[in-house]
Each structure stands twice: as structure tokens, then as C-alpha cells.
Design a protein around this ligand. Structure first.
Ligand SMILES: O=c1[nH]c(=O)c2[nH]c(=O)[nH]c2[nH]1
Length: 295
């Protein structure tokens, strides 16, 4: 007899927008996010016996996210994710774990005639601020915060040489190269016992995000990088030092390659090595360098 060894279900891609209207100043603030809810618990019979009595409809999960967004703050996303996840575990006896992923799409306030505009915004790149909040009955609330989709490039100040060389190697040592990546950087908070502890930590979430972003960008720019591996490790070390309440930091960095183009076939045109100016950006394949650093 086969049995269900793992099961979870939920609603993905729940898109939510919330506006805050400051009546005094006339300034409005907007938050747009995409939410995913996944539940686990005593739900096996819904799979094996078509027993829908244990199924909280995914449509109801979507409704719940809208209602929670109306009744509670949606920022920081760490708190909102923890509130929604706690709601599901506390409301349904047979649901023992809820994972809520929140992806915040950044709307940046427009400056018009040198002044911040009260109600107009623009999208500055594809970067998002992501949170995964998981509530497991009896095991508190675990939260991972992250920066995702932050695209960066440096046109010099990066090298890659003295790597392992054998009969499969064609890549030459490079002492000056282009380095480009799309940053995915996450940090795992020490587990919270309950929602009150998450509430008390609220100021720390924005501070950690700002510190992680600044460390990532400053290190990327300032370091003469010997490899993606070493540069991302230096970022991890600094984030661990800057935010004592986190247990681990992780990075996932694609290495987006830019190839030199030999144009010497055209009238001896010099475009390689120190003469390289025109490159061919590669969409694939890309390197992928990942690391988690813990205390
Ligand atoms: O920083 C790098 N790390 C690698 O592991 C690697 N491999 C490669 O071909 N180029 C690079 N660059």
C-alpha cells in the first residue's frame, strides 16, 4: 500500500496592493506584494480518499490574505508574513504548519520639480524584498528575509585566475574582467517564540535589509574581486557582524558572462586584452555560485 509521505497545498501568486493615506500631509504610501501561502497538517485523506472536509479552500486563503492586509500592517513584510502564517495555524486545529512567502515589489516615490511627489511612484529595476515566514505548531516562527533580483555590473576590478586546470580547461587566466550578477541574498533570523517577539523586532527588519543591501553594493564596488566565491563570502561575514540577531546568511549569485570579441579578422582591429571595448553579453549558460554562512 502506498501512503502520502509529504503533502502541502495553498495559493500562489496572490497579488495585493495597499495604500496608506496620510490625511494631514496628503501624502500616500503604497505597498505592492505577491504572496504565496502553503499549509501542511492532517490533510492526507484529501489526497487518498477525496475527503474535502479537511481542505481549507485555496480561495479562502486568498480571501484571508486580503482581510489580513486590511486589518494589519503589511510592513515590514516579516511581520505581515508572520501574522498570516500564525493565523492559519491558530485558526485550524488540523493545520500544523503554514509557510507564507511575501515578495514586495518596490514602488519608489517620484521626485517632481525637485520635490517628493505625494502620490506618484516609479519602478526602479526588478529588485524585490522577499520574506518567508514559517509557523510550525510548537516550534515558533522562523523567518528568512532576502534581497532578490538586484542586478549589478562592474566594468573592471574583477579577476579570475590560478583555478584548477586540466584537459577540460580552455578558459585563460583573466586579470581584468567584467563582473555582473543578479543578487539573491537571504538572512535567517533566530527563531521567534511567538508573534509578540516578531512585533518587538520590527525596527530590526528594515535595518537589517538596509545593512545587507549597503554591504552587498559597497563590497561589490570596492573589492578587487578574485572570484565570485570570495567576494560573496566577504559580504556574508560583514552581514553576520552587522546583524547579531541572525543565525545565517546565504547568497545565490549567477555569474553573467561578457565575452571578448576578436575583431582582428577585420583590418587587424584590436579588441582583446587591454584593447577590449566591445563585448558580447551572454544570456546563457551562466555560472551559479551559492554559499550559506552560519555562526
Ligand atoms: O568567479 C568565478 N568563479 C568561478 O567558479 C568561475 N568559473 C569560471 O569559469 N569563471 C568563474 N568565475
Amino acid at each position: 500500500m502506498a501512503s502520502v509521505s509529504a503533502a502541502q497545498y495553498g495559493k500562489d501568486n496572490i497579488r495585493v496592493y495597499k495604500v496608506h493615506k496620510d490625511e494631514k500631509t496628503g501624502f500616500q504610501t503604497v505597498v505592492e506584494m505577491t504572496v504565496c501561502v502553503l499549509l501542511k497538517g492532517d490533510i492526507e485523506t484529501s489526497y487518498t480518499e477525496a475527503d474535502n472536509s479537511v481542505v481549507v479552500a485555496t480561495d479562502s486563503m486568498k480571501n484571508t490574505v486580503y482581510i489580513m492586509a486590511k486589518q494589519h500592517p503589511v510592513t515590514p513584510a516579516e511581520l505581515f508574513g508572520a501574522i498570516v502564517a500564525t493565523h492559519f495555524v491558530e485558526t485550524y486545529k488540523h493545520i500544523h504548519s503554514a509557510e507564507v512567502k511575501v515578495k514586495v515589489h518596490r514602488w519608489t516615490r517620484l521626485t517632481v520639480d525637485g520635490m517628493p511627489h505625494p502620490h506618484s511612484f516609479f519602478r526602479d529595476g526588478s529588485e524585490t524584498r522577499n520574506v518567508e515566514a514559517t509557523v510550525m505548531e510548537g516550534n515558533g516562527i522562523s523567518i528568512r528575509s532576502a534581497i532578490a533580483g538586484l542586478l549589478v555590473l562592474k566594468s573592471t576590478g574583477s579577476a579570475f585566475h590560478t583555478f584548477y586546470r586540466d584537459e577540460y580547461t580552455t578558459l585563460p587566466d583573466v586579470y581584468d574582467r567584467i563582473l555582473s550578477t543578479e543578487v539573491d541574498c537571504g538572512w535567517k533570523w533566530n527563531t521567534f517564540s511567538n508573534i509578540n517577539e516578531v512585533e518587538s523586532a520590527v525596527p530590526k527588519f528594515d535595518n537589517a535589509w538596509e545593512a545587507a543591501r549597503k554591504i552587498t553594493l559597497d563590497t561589490f564596488a570596492k573589492e578587487v574581486s578574485p572570484s565570485v566565491q570570495n567576494t560573496l563570502y566577504k559580504m556574508c561575514e560583514q552581514i553576520m557582524a552587522a546583524v547579531p540577531e541572525i543565525a545565517a546568511v546565504d547568497y545565490s549569485l549567477p555569474n553573467k558572462h561578457y565575452f571578448e570579441i576578436d575583431l582582428s579578422w577585420h583590418k587587424g582591429l584590436q579588441n582583446t586584452g587591454k584593447d577590449a571595448e566591445v563585448y558580447a553579453p551572454q544570456s546563457d549558460p551562466n555560472g551559479l555560485i551559492q554559499c550559506t554562512v552560519s555562526r
